[in-house]
Design a binder for this molecule. Structure first.
Ligand code: F0G
Length: 435
């Protein structure tokens, strides 16, 4: 049995060739996922193979995605793959952040160390590989910024034309600048992320452009390797919790699938619990988990958060995310703007730093430990999804005490670190420094 696309809906489970250009099930409209036969090698053989490849200088083996290609075998030919050496991100111990969160220990898997500064690169190298295999010439995405930066880089590197749609005024300049620098045709639209995605899906069908949002199942395949690499780094010891921010819920879907498959293939013996953290002003998945009716998600019409990466009211991957969080015995939590901002400053003080959406993880941990849902002795990994330079305006405004929400609420600089203007005068500076 070759790799196939399968409908994610339990009642349908229709199967399609892996090369069909579809994003939803043509029979029932459900989400699609790539499915594979079990690998030929044993778990021990795979672990050994993946570890050995780290010493190779071959581009494919240097990629933290393609090194694990037996775990995402949707291609039959790897000659066209474009890698920017994505993945290979560090797992960093952060005692100060652990203390802030109320935990004995905490490690961050920092996806901000990727070539374009976010976890999107893990998925994008796969999405672009599939676009090349299908003979596409143009690729498109709607983005809160990171997907577009990543798609622009990978598409340009592969000789494809990147077409980007952005919610005007709602992405950081750092991310917008990346898209421009990487040569993407960039359209800013006066609508929110969810509205633009609905439009671009129709446009992609009409113009034969390949869509690279996380509804694309090959993006999800690439993002699975974030968890595979994590387990490899931890010598295959499963943590109690994996904590991540939730926006369009592609990562939640990818991480859940990764752990399920790792267990099926004998690479691990149990699943960690997933904790998905949303910004309180953009938390439709949190609302869904709390409601009695899990059959449909009620979109948040006007999502609000300064963590623009997760400013999404109608996440497309919610059925997958619901399944994965439930299967892992996980939870969904919300955090306020102030909580995100302070947690981000703490991650900065660890010498690590991240963008606002990523800091929702630590804010969420603090809340889950305080409520007793997460034991302080738990073995926890939080995924920092984006680099601190992605949104330097936010950081500067927080530290100088001028950060405000869209409705004008002031964010207190509880851990602010304002720069100080001093005269060009040795003794006055010395006095100021308290010598
Ligand atoms: N963190 C960062 C830094 C992101 O850029 C995103 C999503 C998320 C978290 C949420 O991940 O959608 O998989 O739940 N950014 C998308 C974009 C939507 O367009 O760049 P998710």
């Amino acid at each position: 049995m070759p790799a196939e696309l399968a409908c994610f809906e339990q009642r349908c489970h229709a199967r399609f060739p892996i090369t069909e250009v579809i994003y939803n099930c043509p029979s029932c409209g459900g989400l699609l996922e790539a499915v594979y036969p079990a690998p030929e090698q044993s778990a021990a053989e795979l672990k050994g193979l993946w570890r050995n490849r780290r010493t190779s200088n071959a581009p494919l083996e240097q990629s933290g995605v393609w090194r694990y290609r037996e775990f995402l075998p949707f291609l039959t030919d790897y000659t066209q793959v474009v890698t920017l050496r994505e993945g290979n991100t560090p797992l960093l111990d952060a005692p100060r952040a652990a203390w802030y969160g109320g935990l004995d220990r905490l490690a961050f898997k920092h996806q901000g160390f990727n070539p374009t500064g976010s976890f999107k690169d893990n998925g994008m190298t796969c999405g672009v590989a599939q676009a090349l295999r299908l003979g596409m010439s143009r690729v498109a995405c709607v983005s809160t910024g990171n997907t577009s930066a990543s798609m622009a880089a990978y598409a340009s590197a592969a000789g494809l034309q990147p077409l980007i749609f952005l919610p005007h005024g709602n992405i950081s300049f750092g991310k917008l600048a990346q898209a421009l620098e990487y040569g993407a045709r960039t359209l800013q639209v006066d609508a929110n992320f969810d509205q633009i995605l609905a439009l671009v899906r129709q446009l992609a069908d009409r113009l034969g452009i390949y869509l690279l949002n996380s509804i694309n199942p090959f993006r999800i395949e690439g993002q699975k390797t974030i968890m595979l690499e994590l387990m490899d780094q931890r010598e295959w010891q499963v943590p109690d919790w994996v904590v991540l921010p939730g926006g369009n819920l592609g990562n939640t879907s990818a991480f859940g699938k990764a752990f399920r498959e790792m267990k099926e293939w004998g690479l691990i013996d149990r699943l960690p619990r997933l904790a998905v953290i949303q910004a309180a002003g953009a938390a439709p998945f949190y609302d869904l988990m709390r409601s009695q009716d899990h059959s449909r998600l009620i979109p948040v019409e006007h999502p609000q958060t300064l963590a623009t990466a997760i400013k999404i009211g109608d996440p497309v991957s919610w059925p997958k995310a619901l399944y994965e969080v439930t299967a892992s015995g996980g939870v969904v939590e919300t955090v306020t703007e102030q909580e995100i901002a302070d947690a981000k400053a703490v991650i900065g003080q660890c010498g690590i730093g991240c963008e606002p959406a990523s800091a929702a993880t630590l804010a969420g941990i603090r809340k889950l430990v305080a409520s007793g849902d997460m034991a302080s002795s738990a073995d926890v990994v939080a995924v920092l999804t984006g680099n601190t330079l992605k949104d330097s305006d936010y950081s500067y405004q927080y530290h100088t005490g001028v950060l405000k929400t869209a409705n004008g609420t002031q964010i207190a600089p509880n851990l602010g670190n304002k720069p100080v203007l001093v005269p060009y005068d040795l003794s006055r500076i010395a006095t100021f420094l308290g010598t």
